[in-house]
Design a binder for this molecule. Structure first.
Ligand code: NAD
Ligand code: DAU
Length: 340
């Protein structure tokens, strides 16, 4: 059995990754290490085979907890754990630095000490900043680090300490940078699930600014499969950008959701913009396509339909979140924007 240590595996992408790996391999055991912050949810892990999946409740910035949970000679660490929402990082950046930077350093130290064979850092296209909207430029692996939000700056910092661990200590590391993920179980603070949940409840849909910011969307399972293939075939020390060549303006995304749900465009409200709002993200995935042989499988129209269907069928999952501390967050962030 290969043993992999997955951090943040109770969150949106981490849980999709764990589920996919358990389904598609037979020789992998997962140790899933997660602090269960507001974004971590044990419901996301229901039904997993306990003989191949062990959940450990712990914080990646807690050195003792990480050293206790990480087995000697583990095959890999996949570091998904992070504070991941840009708007929250604008409200307060402390937790972003603690988890995303210090937490990554603790994991790198533990990886070195425990002789972990490979360290995969799950990063983001946001570390490369924003592209002009009206040209055909793309993010490549050579694009400079130009983060614009506290979240993106914390993820860029994490990349630098991963790089340093490789250069200084010879740790086998790879960094992956993906664009915007969508799919089942995404916390409803992010654009797509927030709009689905609000539309299902006939509540206003808050679109920032002019709604013409562009994001490059990928179905979550396609991202997870890319990470696994990069782990198996990728070259140590390399960065791999992951994207599905699927640029969309936010307003187009929101209208598509309303169309699928059969709800009126009159629910849309253009509200005060996000400070420092990146205009456009667009990834050139040539390297992962040619060197690894990965290609996305799920088309946008199909992925969005599947996602909406999941939220329709799991309204109790959404409502449990919307009735908890999310309510207070929503009021803080959207109260004055929407006149609530
Ligand atoms: P998420 O917010 O849904 O989940 C984050 C998970 O990390 C949660 O389960 C949370 O409990 C856990 N966590 C947070 N702090 C922790 C800590 N100190 N110790 C242990 N666990 C902790 O995030 P996501 O959207 O699933 O993103 C996962 C990773 O992928 C992040 O590193 C993010 O930067 C990266 N990423 C996300 C996207 C996207 O579109 N969502 C795109 C590219 C990269
Ligand atoms: O690109 C990868 C990144 O994508 C990840 O690293 C982040 O973890 C993830 O959160 C995401 O960042 P974004 O800021 O692009 O995602 P978000 O869903 O917050 O917003 C997507 C776009 O929609 C962005 O242009 C802001 C806009 N938006 C968002 C919200 C929540 C709105 O117009 N209204 C909203 O209420």
């Amino acid at each position: 059995m290969r043993i992999i240590f997955v951090t943040g595996g109770a969150g949106f992408i981490g849980s999709a990754f764990v589920r996919l790996i358990l389904e598609e391999t037979s020789d992998v055991k997962v140790i899933n290490f997660d602090a269960l912050t507001y974004a971590g949810n044990l419901e996301n892990l229901k039904g997993l085979d306990p003989s191949r999946h062990e959940f450990v409740h712990g914080d990646i910035a807690d050195r003792k907890a990480v050293f206790e949970a990480l087995p000697e000679n583990a095959d890999a660490i996949f570091n998904f754990a992070a504070e991941s929402h840009v708007d929250r990082s604008i409200e307060s950046a402390d937790e972003f630095l603690r988890t995303n930077v210090l937490g990554t350093q603790v994991l790198l130290d533990a990886a070195r000490y425990k002789k972990v064979k490979r360290f995969i850092q799950i990063s983001t296209d946001e570390v490369m900043g924003s592209l002009p909207e009206d040209d055909k430029s793309f993010f490549t692996e050579q694009s400079p680090l130009r983060p614009n939000s506290p979240y993106a700056a914390s993820k860029a910092s994490a990349e630098l300490i991963v790089r340093a661990a490789r250069k200084t200590f010879g740790l086998d590391t790879i960094i992956t940078r993906c664009g915007n993920n969508y799919g089942p179980r995404q916390f409803p603070e992010k654009l797509i699930p927030l709009m689905i949940a609000n539309a299902m409840n006939d509540e206003p849909l808050p679109v920032y600014g002019d709604g013409k910011n562009v994001r490059d969307w990928i179905y979550v399972e396609d991202h997870c499969r890319a990470i696994w293939e990069i782990y198996e075939k990728g070259r140590s020390g390399e960065i791999y950008n992951i994207g599905a060549r699927n640029e969309r303006q936010n307003i187009e995304v929101v209208k598509s959701i309303l169309d699928i749900l059969g709800k009126p465009y009159s629910l849309i409200r253009f509200v005060q913009d996000r400070p420092g709002h990146d205009r456009r993200y667009a990834i050139d995935p040539t390297k992962v396509e040619t060197e690894i042989g990965w290609k996305p499988k799920v088309k946008w129209e199909e992925g969005l339909r599947r996602t909406i269907q999941w939220y329709q069928e799991n309204q109790d999952w959404v409502e449990r979140i919307r009735n908890g501390s999310y309510r207070e967050y929503y009021r803080r962030l959207y109260g004055s924007r929407l006149g609530l």
